[in-house]
Structure formats: C-alpha cells, structure tokens
Design a protein around this ligand. Structure first.
Ligand SMILES: [Zn+2]
Length: 198
C-alpha cells in the first residue's frame, strides 16, 4: 500500500494516525488539487468527503455497492487518468458492509427469481454483448467475505489495469462505521466486524 512519495497518500496516512493533525492540515486547505478519484461504497453511513478532508471540487467520487472495482469503475478511472490529469485513486471500503450480509446462494437465488437465466441478462443496456455468459454471477455481484482482503484486492485490480497509467498512485482504506475512523486494510480490530457472517 505504499508510495510514500505521493502527497494524497501521505495526507491520508496522517489522517489515520492523527485526527487532530488532519484537522489542522484541512484548515490549511490540504488537499485541494483536483487530481484525485475516490472509489467508495455507496453505503449511506460513509461520509467520504469528511473522512478524507475533501471540499467540493477536491475530488471525483465514484460510489457503488461495496466500493468494488467493476468494469464501470475501470471505465471511469481510465477516462479520468488518461484525459483529466487524475494521478491518484483512493478506494474506501468499510466494516459492516452490505456485501458481507448474505451468503452467495441467497444472492444467486434472489437474482434468478427476478431475472431468470442470468447468463443472458444485459449488464449494460447499450452494450448487449456485455453479459455474464459462463462467468459466475456471484463474481459479478462481488459479495465479500473479508473486507480487509477485499480492499487490498480492489487496489490491486486498479494497479494492474492496462487502461490506467502506471504512474497513478492507488491506495485503499477501510472505514470503520463503529468508530468513524479510517484505517489501513489489515489493521482491523475485530473479525466480527470485518468478515462475512455465516
Ligand atoms: Zn458497503
């Protein structure tokens, strides 16, 4: 998770370590350089701008179920990093995520009850060729067993994407809804808030 030369990353690390210092830096208008993309879960409890100290205009923010690197996150990240000077991406996942709230079988059954055979369902109405095909619908839904592992994986997906320049810095954090704090993936305090319930 390290690129210690990068400004945003350093700033966020300091926020995790020292909230008071972060508040001071925010008063000094850091960060404010419009070169950041944040990918975060759409969960209504996550105050994305607040935890990163962002003001309106500081960052582009993409939110979806789970804060997962889907094809549309790759699309959005590819466009902003190649054409809009964005040079950093931060992924924010969180404890108690809805993506850990149900077993795979229940999710599969629920979607099949709605849509029938999932192999032919249009994933993008304007691009009918894009369908699940022989892939597992659960891999598309991206249910999560362990939020720390999932966060680290999303970072790797972005780093490894051929569509995103290697110069882009990617880092990930887990937001703890219980404490209102960000932390590095792997620094979890309790398994029961970070893993899928059986
Ligand atoms: Zn979530």
């Amino acid at each position: 998770m390290t690129d210690t030369n990068d400004h945003h990353h350093d700033r966020v690390d300091e926020a995790v370590a020292e909230r008071a210092d972060w508040a001071r830096r925010r008063r000094e208008d850091i960060p404010t350089d419009e070169s950041l993309l944040v990918v975060a879960c759409m969960d209504e409890r996550i105050p994305v701008a607040e935890v990163l100290g962002l003001e309106l205009g500081d960052a582009q923010i993409y939110r979806n179920a789970g804060g997962k690197v889907t094809d549309d996150v790759i699309r959005s990240a590819a466009l902003t990093t190649n054409f809009f000077d964005t040079d950093e991406i931060i992924v924010i996942n969180h404890t108690d995520c809805g993506m850990m709230s149900a077993p795979d079988a229940a999710v599969r059954d629920g979607l099949e009850a709605q849509a029938g055979d999932l192999r032919d369902v249009d994933l993008d109405p304007s691009l009918p060729a894009l369908n699940i095909g022989d892939a597992d619908v659960i891999d598309w839904v991206k249910m999560t067993d362990d939020i720390d592992e999932a966060c680290a994986a999303q970072v790797e997906y972005l780093r490894q994407s051929e569509l995103i320049p290697d110069s882009v810095t990617v880092s990930g954090y887990v937001y703890e809804v219980e404490s209102g704090e960000l932390r590095e993936p792997g620094d979890r305090i309790a398994a029961e808030i970070s893993e899928r319930r059986p």
